[in-house]
Design a protein around this ligand. Structure first.
Ligand code: GZL
Length: 328
């Protein structure tokens, strides 16, 4: 009799635990960059550490795959949907379906257009316009430090994925700041789609088309690292003949800075896992997290440190001092 009782209690406990195990689904853009890989790994680890079930879809950079994934999540009646869109437009219909399913939607990383018309439980991502401002302001201050602020310098830009707010935002911030520095002249700007390979190819075309390039601004470090290969192949010295500034701040960018091949990177953390888990726990407890798009505190890293990179006067940090704590 006693054995049956113990078994029954164990079954009830097991059922209660499994019943409380949430199912969290994430439609991820793809695997285009170190940032994206770190973002994928970090979210997966954080969710699985809670003992929750995890449904993951890699869209391979295709919007139609993300739409399919969102519809699958609805049909599976998951408990939460995490969403970052490869581009900003074209989500109205499917996100309306998500809202009608009443599955809580958490927006991470890249934001969809028309957020005002979308019901979401929480939103967390980079301040892309500010990141662009920081890329350009660091560059202007570095040029001044070199005593070249009165020299006409030719700037080329490797843009991120066309239509993504991470790209349009950074471009907007860069343009805003460069307007104050007429000696920094943008002579070419083209998408490298956030990938190393395309960054290398586009930079090669820039070098063939222009005799003098002094500055490269790359919307992410993967494209900057690809461009460095083309710069070397052209017989130029990256980081010296061409000042190179990227964004994201993965370890690979720190390595390039320490090697003197890259000059600075603006941080944009991919580590959204803890935020997502905290948000879900608070939502489960009945909390309303509001609709503010939350941005993380982020820095700028370069070889020397101490260069102003933000309009509120923040100083860059020395990559050599910080590389030890980098987890991506
Ligand atoms: C930024 C993210 C961008 C990164 C790229 O939050 O959307 O996408 O900057 C990544 O490296 O591909």
């Amino acid at each position: 009799m006693k054995k049956i009782l113990i078994l029954a209690v164990a079954m009830v406990m097991l059922l209660s635990v499994s019943a409380s195990a949430l199912t969290v689904a994430f439609t991820q853009i793809g695997q285009e960059s170190d940032w994206r890989t770190a973002n994928t790994d970090n979210i997966k680890a954080a969710i699985e550490a809670e003992g929750w079930d995890y449904v993951y879809d890699d869209a391979q950079q295709k919007q139609e795959n993300q739409v399919k994934a969102l519809r699958n999540f609805i049909s599976q009646n998951v408990d939460y949907i995490l969403f970052t869109g490869v581009v900003s437009t074209g989500w109205d219909e499917v996100l309306k379906e998500v809202n009608e399913s009443e599955i809580p939607l958490i927006l991470v990383d890249r934001m969809p257009d028309n957020m005002a018309d979308i019901q979401y439980a929480a939103a967390f991502g980079g301040d892309f316009v500010e990141e662009g401002r920081r890329m350009a302001l660091w560059t202007a201050n570095y040029v001044k430090k070199l005593g070249r602020e009165n020299e006409e310098l030719n700037v080329v830009i490797l843009e991120g994925t066309t239509g993504a707010d991470a790209a349009s935002g950074r471009q907007e911030g860069i343009t805003e700041i460069l307007a104050d520095y007429p000696n920094l002249k943008v002579i070419a700007s083209q998408t490298g789609n956030f990938t190393r390979a395309e960054g290398q190819t586009v930079m090669e075309s820039f070098l063939k088309a222009h005799d003098k390039i002094d500055v490269l601004l790359a919307h992410n470090d993967d494209m900057a690292l690809g461009a460095i290969e083309s710069i070397k192949a052209a017989g130029l010295v990256p980081g010296k003949d061409i000042i190179i500034v990227g964004c994201d701040a993965p370890k690979t960018a720190f390595d390039a800075i320490l090697a003197g091949e890259m000059n600075a990177t603006i941080e944009c953390t991919p580590l959204y896992g803890p935020f997502v888990v905290d948000a879900i726990k608070r939502l489960e407890a009945g909390e309303d997290l509001g609709r503010n798009l939350m941005h993380p505190e982020e820095s700028c890293f370069d070889a020397e440190g101490g260069i102003v990179y933000s309009l509120d006067g923040r100083l860059s940090e020395k990559a050599a001092d910080k590389i030890g704590e980098r987890v991506y």
